[in-house]
Design a protein around this ligand. Structure first.
Ligand code: C2E
Ligand code: MG
Ligand code: MG
Length: 572
């Protein structure tokens, strides 16, 4: 039995299966897996398959009346000419072009063209592949890689690219300036802790949307990480423009937002940099903005800070403070001052507010704003407050022993981070037990921000403290959220009006009058803070404030000086 070997055959020979092949090739052409067009060297379309007609949105006979240039608007332009030259020299070419459908829609396509000789003519056969889907996926992928999955805003890497472009622009054009703002949402951690991470995520999405809505289309709004967003404006006149952007952002964030059934008012710390040609790269610029943001946060939040070259030094100092603070109580470097609060009806001292100071070994006496925000941020506040409470209680006990019914009460500030924690109740009870001070001699001062994060927990803590006989004052009223809700719902005994309303501006009188009225309606004592002159004193007295505190009455004094003052029984 002999095995028949296939014999080699050239393509120009007729195929036994296809005969001369005309009909079969025609079928292949018509059923090919892709759009094919045949045109002559002038571009006149001579043949198309149904896939080509479908791709361009024409009927086949309509296509046959067109030229390839009708489908390729860039036909005859540089890139197409180059493709044609290559086609002529190599016999085939593959190139991409934006083609035109009958509807007028442009789509990206890849064209593989080859030269054919048929019937004495040179023809071009073009297979056209629609790249729209591939391009859409590529864009989507690019966007996914360059965007933050939570907010869908650009991420750090895209921001760095845009920042590098802005720096390049500033280097090429003298006088061109850009602004970079880093926006840190305050208290996001406590929102996460109290309302859960889904609530925190929702807050971030809302912030992202509000930032994007507020800004110009040319600005880049990105989310970097955690609670930090960035805004890049490529063309600014100077710092005034950057401040305007910051104010816009603050206004947008201030609109209350309901998350997990709770109304939140957000604030942000903003660090700003005006970009200049001296920046070498995006990271330099980001580092400076970050330093400014760090400073804004350490001022207690809700602040805008413009980067200054000296801030790097300040940031290092901040770290040193953080380090030195660790030992502050053990090294006995804290001191306590007391500022008298005067009853305006009797003219006598009814209360002494305890104000902490740090005698820093190298930098001298520091006021609370220089170190309490650091202590709060690094979890060292409880030790400091326990020390203050104990000292204040000891002094108060001593004054009570010496001046009996003339001895004032003592008021101690409680930081926002402790108001909602049950440790505060045990600490107060322990100190009262140890020092033998009557609970009615102690008042705690809390600010509104303390209530905003965890109102239920704060209410529980304050109610327990009041049940033990300790009174509570709402401090700095008017400086923060000034939500009347807290006044109604929380068991305050006193309301301290922030000194911003006590100084002499005309508008503040009206506000002061309203707050005093409100306090009286609610049955709480009203204290005016920051009374700095005889006029201030007369005004707050006339408006009906019961108590007043301020430099005009007395500066904060140390314990011994208070003893001497009380012995004089002063009257105002
Ligand atoms: P605060 O509770 O509102 O205390 C009043 C602040 O206003 C004190 O500043 C006081 O010196 C200042 N002040 C009083 N009268 C006047 C005045 O007439 N004019 C002006 N311009 N200022 C006046 P200080 O001692 O620097 O304290 C600042 C803040 O630090 C306090 O504000 C309080 O919130 C916080 N703080 C102080 N000690 C403690 C503490 O032991 N624990 C906590 N958590 N916070 C404290
Ligand atoms: Mg206070
Ligand atoms: Mg105050």
């Amino acid at each position: 039995m002999s095995v028949q070997q296939p014999t080699a055959r050239s393509y120009s020979e007729p195929s036994p299966a296809l005969g001369d092949g005309g009909e079969v090739y025609r079928q292949l052409f018509r059923h090919a897996d892709g759009a094919i067009l045949l045109h002559d060297l002038e571009g006149r379309i001579l043949e198309v398959n149904p896939q080509a007609a479908a791709l361009f949105g024409y009927r086949e006979e309509e296509l046959l009346a067109l030229r390839f240039s009708d489908l390729n608007p860039s036909y005859g332009k540089h890139r197409s000419l180059r493709a044609l030259r290559q086609l002529r020299s190599a016999g085939k070419v593959r190139f991409t072009a934006d083609l035109l459908r009958k509807s007028g829609a442009i789509f990206p396509a890849e064209i593989s063209a080859s030269l054919l000789e048929a019937g004495g003519m040179t023809l071009v056969a073009g297979c056209v592949r629609d790249l729209s889907e591939r391009q859409r996926l590529a864009t989507e992928l690019e966007r996914a890689i360059a965007s933050d999955p939570l907010t869908h805003l650009p991420n750090r890497s895209l921001l760095r690219d845009r920042l590098a472009e802005a720096i390049g622009l500033a280097q090429r054009h003298a006088g061109h300036r850009f602004a970079l703002l880093l926006v840190g949402i305050d208290r996001l951690r406590s929102i996460n802790d109290s309302l859960g991470h889904p609530a925190g995520d929702r807050v971030l999405r809302v912030v992202g949307r509000r930032l994007a809505e507020q800004l110009d289309p040319g600005d880049t709004v990105a989310r970097l990480e955690g609670a930090t967003f960035a805004v890049l404006r490529r063309d600014v006149g100077g710092i005034i423009d950057a401040r305007e952007i910051a104010e816009k952002i603050e206004r947008a964030l201030h609109v209350p937002l309901v998350v997990a059934g709770r109304e939140l008012v957000l604030t942000a710390s903003i660090g700003m940099v005006i970009g200049h040609p001296a920046y070498r790269d995006a990271d330099d610029c980001l580092r400076d903005a970050d330093t400014a943001l760090y400073r804004a946060k350490s001022l207690g939040g809700g602040r805008q800070v413009v980067f200054q070259p000296g801030m790097h030094r300040a940031a290092v100092e901040h770290l040193q403070i953080e380090h030195a603070l660790r030992q502050v109580v053990a090294r006995e470097e804290l001191e306590l001052l007391f500022q008298p609060i005067v009853c305006l009806r009797q003219g006598t001292i009814v209360e002494l507010e305890a104000l902490v100071r740090w005698r820093h070994p190298e930098r001298g006496l520091l006021t609370p704003d220089a170190f309490l925000p650091v202590a709060e941020a690094t979890g060292q506040m409880l030790d400091i407050e326990a020390w203050v409470l104990r000292q204040a209680a000891c002094w108060c006990y001593a004054w009570q022993a010496r001046f009996a019914e003339h001895a004032p009460r003592v008021a101690v500030n409680v930081s926002s981070c402790h108001v909602s924690r049950s440790e505060l109740v045990s600490l107060v009870c322990e100190v009262l037990g140890d020092t033998d001070l009557a609970p009615s001699r102690l008042r705690l001062e809390v600010t509104e921000s303390a209530m905003i994060d965890q109102p239920e927990a704060a209410l529980a803590v304050l109610t327990k403290l009041r049940d033990r006989g300790v009174s509570v004052a709402l401090d700095d009223f008017g400086s923060g959220y000034s939500s009347l809700r807290y006044l109604h719902e929380f068991p305050f005994d006193a309301l301290k009006i922030d000194r911003a309303f006590v100084g002499g501006q005309p508008r503040s009188s009206a506000i002061l009058r309203t707050v005093v009225h409100l306090g009286h309606e609610l049955g709480v004592t009203v204290t005016a803070e920051g009374v700095e002159s005889a006029e201030d004193l007369a005004r707050v007295r006339a408006l009906g404030c019961e108590h007043a505190q301020g430099f005009h009455l007395s500066r904060p004094l140390d314990g011994a000086a208070v003893t001497a003052l009380l012995a004089e029984r002063p009257r105002w």
